[in-house]
Design a protein. Structure first.
Length: 261
């Protein structure tokens, strides 16, 4: 279940890591070596904070394993903070205080900034989730709303008209939302059409496969369970490698707002 580091004591060989941290720019955090954090409100969970303003992100990402009876029943998200959760494996009960659903793998939920998100493991086995929060940027005349869905219910589209690269848009393309989440999937041998450079930040969790990722024109290997932070204007692109499994990841993107000065 998941990729938490449960090894105790010494390992064979030298201490080494694929982690690369370039604050304000980008970071690669592999699954091996994650450290547990204590966050008030979360009970019976193994929780790691992946990205935060200390890294340079304008959001916070978490990877969490909920054990039996694990979750956050006090409510996640402060006033003015929007939240999003994606179920990697297992079953999760999610609510906003007025409605709730049980989500399975590929399921996700968005809760707007005027409500809190409530999380409970919906099975006796462990459930693994990718969790996100960000301060909402209001836009006069528009508002976001609670949403529950599963990627399996969505239709994929070709990414920039490439047959072997598919994208799923998880949230509405509506000005009430100041961010979106996507799943991007590259068949083995597929890649971005060019090295992208843009104002949007990303926090990406790799769901399957292996690849090579370009971060600020440095190519590095990535695989299932890795986390990537990409800051604004960081050059970025990916190749999928391997024979059978697609390189797929779920990632956030800020959008629909004019930068403030």
């Amino acid at each position: 279940m998941g990729y938490k580091n449960n090894v105790q004591g010494y390992r064979d060989g030298l201490l080494e890591s694929r982690s690369v941290i370039k604050r304000q720019n980008y970071a690669l955090i592999p699954h091996d070596g994650l450290v547990k954090n204590v966050v008030p409100g979360f009970e019976n969970c193994d929780l790691t904070i992946l990205a935060s303003p200390k890294l340079g992100a304008n959001f916070v990402d978490y990877i969490i394993t909920l054990h039996e009876n694990g979750g956050n029943t006090q409510g996640f998200g402060e006033d003015g903070i929007e939240t999003f959760v994606y179920v990697i494996e297992g079953a999760l009960k999610v609510g906003d205080g007025t409605q709730e659903q049980i989500l399975t793998a590929g399921g996700y939920a968005y809760v707007p900034a005027d409500l809190k998100m409530y999380l409970e493991n919906a099975q006796t086995q462990d459930t693994e989730i990718f969790l996100y929060k960000k301060r909402y940027e209001p836009l006069e005349g528009y508002a976001a709303h609670t949403l529950f869905n599963n990627v399996e219910h969505l239709e994929a589209t070709k990414y920039e008209d490439m047959e072997d690269v598919l994208i799923w848009d998880l949230l509405p393309k509506d000005l009430g939302f100041d961010m979106n989440f996507h799943v991007l999937s590259f068949k083995p041998g597929a890649s971005h059409g060019y090295v992208e450079t843009h104002v949007q930040e990303h926090g990406a969790y790799i769901l399957s496969g292996q690849g090579m990722y370009n971060l600020d024109n440095e190519w590095m290997p990535v695989e299932k369970g890795d986390y990537i932070f990409m800051g604004a204007y960081n050059p970025q692109a990916a190749y999928a490698v391997g024979r059978n499994e697609s390189l797929s990841y779920v990632y956030s993107k800020d959008c629909n707002r004019d930068p403030k000065i």
